[in-house]
Design a protein around this ligand. Structure first.
Ligand SMILES: [Zn+2]
Length: 110
C-alpha cells in the first residue's frame, strides 16, 4: 500500500499555522509595517491562503508574502512536513523552531 503523505496534511492547517506564527507578532503590512490590516478574501488557487489589504499604503498581500515560503516553489505543506519530521528529533526541536520562525519572518529583498 502506498500512502502519499502529503495527502495526510491539510493545506488549511498549514496556512493557519503560518498565520498563527505571524500573528504572534501582530499582523503587519510587509511593505510599510502598518498594523491597520483588513482581510480581503482568499487566493483564487489556494482557498486556504488568506489575503489582506493594508489600510495605510493600500497594498495587498497574503499569508506567505514576505516569507521564505513565497520564494520557493514547493507547496506550503511540503515545508510543514519537513518541519514535522525534523520535529520528531527532539534534540533539534529548539533549533527547528528558531529556523522556522526566522524563515517566516524573513523579508524578501526588494
Ligand atoms: Zn502598508
Amino acid at each position: 500500500m502506498h500512502v502519499n503523505i502529503q495527502n495526510l496534511i491539510d493545506n488549511a492547517y498549514c496556512y493557519a499555522m503560518v498565520r498563527q506564527l505571524r500573528l504572534a507578532e501582530g499582523t503587519q503590512c510587509p511593505f510599510c509595517d502598518s498594523k491597520h490590516i483588513i482581510k480581503r478574501g482568499f487566493d483564487d488557487k489556494e482557498p486556504a491562503r488568506q489575503r489582506h489589504e493594508c489600510k495605510d499604503c493600500g497594498k495587498r498581500f497574503d499569508d506567505l508574502t514576505g516569507t521564505i515560503f513565497a520564494a520557493h516553489h514547493q507547496p506550503l505543506k511540503t515545508w510543514i512536513l519537513c518541519l514535522y519530521f525534523m520535529d520528531l528529533n527532539r534534540s533539534d526541536v529548539q533549533q527547528m523552531t528558531t529556523q522556522f520562525r526566522e524563515g517566516v519572518e524573513k523579508k524578501e529583498d526588494p
